[in-house]
Design a protein around this ligand. Structure first.
Ligand code: NAP
Length: 455
């Protein structure tokens, strides 16, 4: 029988890997999700059959947890997904902490390897739990999104990290009698989670979320060693590794190193906000914008967080179809950190059935930006801010952007002159070739569509 369980675990691991691979492309992502979910079902069923647990308790957990999940997920808006992901990461970390703790209490006399795994599950899980709760608070604006800095912060964090290592070693050396050390490890991890995330803010939160996601995987993997469950080790390692890869991609997209993200206090109130912006803002009505679009041969849409807020993705697609009927070439330039979570824009545009081939990365569109007749910025701000390349004093300096300031004409669809997530003013709005089309993105796009249709 044991061999069948192991076979089921291998099948689950293969389904995870194939699912992950499919998640890498927008056109296969939905199926990839299903494939991975089937893998998880296989893993859960095999584990339940193998462990011979009390099924009444499992069923009760399933009903309560599933019920809360369904009830709550129906209330989560698309724009609240990042903070929801933060909470999921925290729940994963918390679960690993509890598994390590409970296993220690229920099976005393651990060997050294299990003790190391236990203390790792507790430490990494604890940091993930409280770090994610702080990230959730910042992203949902329940606490200030700005970095919270105090004197000697890095020394305190360094001391806590050292304490975590020392306590971990002491526990692993004496697992039988080390309960007090385990409790200290839990306390240190919970405090470290809070203190390591509060100094991070501004536009760096996506990187933190993806790093915490990676931590939750590593904690789960350690918990897998504690309870000797192969599939948990594999699944945790996959989450840990993919989270780290994503973290690296995001750092590259923002032209920052991970150390800089974690320790620089980016976006704090004390930082320079760069040069004062000069120039004149030129507003345009949707009716006038229509005439420019009508004559355009090459149009690039640049969606951002505002498109998600306005739920304007279907209106963008409708306008794109009309432009194509009118003979224009249409593309969508997607910045890796546009919106509030990795892949945010891709998900929304896929929902509106935008063809995957029309999505381009900044590196593909920037070299030929002068050939673009109209760049239509839909609720994007930071990802098109030229201060990132022009103003050395700007906190955004060095972040690669979509260089719409070099297009022949740029329309910016947003409601006001307010800055975006990073709080940095945008000189794009004052450039000669920029026209601000003020209003809710969906409403403005709807007006443009109506103009095309009435033609
Ligand atoms: P952004 O810089 O936050 O700007 C979004 C703009 O959308 C705002 O300036 C806002 O201006 C406009 N807007 C809001 N509601 C709108 C509506 N209904 N209609 C039209 N416009 C609307 O967005 P972004 O350019 O996408 O950049 C993303 C930022 O978020 C980056 O700084 C990134 O680092 C950060 N971030 C990203 C992630 C991620 O994983 N992608 C996660 C967390 C944070 P008005 O108020 O004037 O309308």
């Amino acid at each position: 029988m044991e061999a069948y369980f192991q076979l089921a675990y291998i099948a689950a691991a293969v389904l995870f890997i194939v699912g992950l691979k499919m998640l890498g492309r927008a056109d296969t992502a939905r199926r990839g999700n299903t494939v991975s979910a089937v893998g998880m079902l296989v893993a859960v069923v095999a584990t339940l059959l193998q462990s011979g647990v009390d099924y009444a308790v499992v069923f009760a957990g399933l009903v309560v947890g599933g019920g809360v999940g369904v009830f709550w997920s129906r209330r989560v808006q698309m724009t609240q997904m990042p903070e929801t992901v933060a909470l999921f990461n925290g729940a994963g970390g918390g679960a690993s902490l509890l598994v390590g703790w409970a296993e220690f209490l229920s099976r005393p006399g651990q060997d050294t390897v299990t003790a190391i795994a236990t203390v790792l599950a507790v430490l990494v899980g604890g940091v993930t739990l409280t770090g994610s709760i702080v990230a959730w608070g910042k992203l949902s604006e329940r606490v200030s999104g700005r970095p919270i800095l105090f004197g000697g912060q890095q020394v305190v964090n360094g001391a806590l990290l050292l304490a975590a290592v020392v306590v971990g070693v002491l526990f692993a050396m004496n697992p039988g009698g080390g309960y007090a050390w385990l409790l200290v490890a839990i306390a240190v991890a919970l405090v470290l989670g809070v203190l390591s995330v509060i100094p991070i803010g501004g536009a760096d939160m996506p990187i933190v979320i993806s790093l915490l996601n990676s931590y939750s995987g590593l904690a789960a993997s350690a918990a897998g060693f504690v309870i000797d469950n192969t599939v948990l080790i594999v699944a945790g390692s996959l989450v840990g590794a993919s989270g780290l890869i994503l973290t690296q991609i995001m750092c590259k997209a923002m032209n920052r190193s991970l150390t800089n993200v974690l320790f620089s206090g980016f976006g704090s109130a004390t930082q320079s906000t760069g040069q004062a912006v000069e120039g004149e803002v030129k507003a345009m009505t949707p009716e006038d914008a229509y005439f420019v679009l009508e004559a355009a041969n090459n149009v690039v849409f640049v969606p951002g967080y505002g498109m998600a807020v306005a739920q304007a993705q279907h209106a963008v697609k409708e306008l794109a179809d009309l432009l194509e009927e009118n003979g224009a070439e249409v593309r969508y330039a997607i910045h890796p950190v546009a919106g509030r979570m990795p892949g945010h824009m891709n998900v929304l545009l896929a929902e509106a059935n935008v063809p995957y081939e029309q999505l381009v990365e900044p590196g593909d569109v920037n070299p030929n930006m002068e050939m673009v007749d109209v760049a239509v910025v839909i609720g994007a701000n930071d990802v098109v801010n030229p201060a990132a390349k022009e103003d050395k004093g700007s906190p955004l300096y060095g972040m690669p952007i979509i260089e719409v300031d070099r297009a022949r004409t740029t329309f910016v669809l947003k409601r006001s002159m307010k800055p975006g997530f990073s709080g940095v003013e945008n000189p794009l709005f004052y450039k000669d070739n920029t026209r601000m089309v003020f209003g809710d993105a969906k409403a403005v796009l709807g007006q443009l569509v109506a103009e095309f249709k009435s033609d």
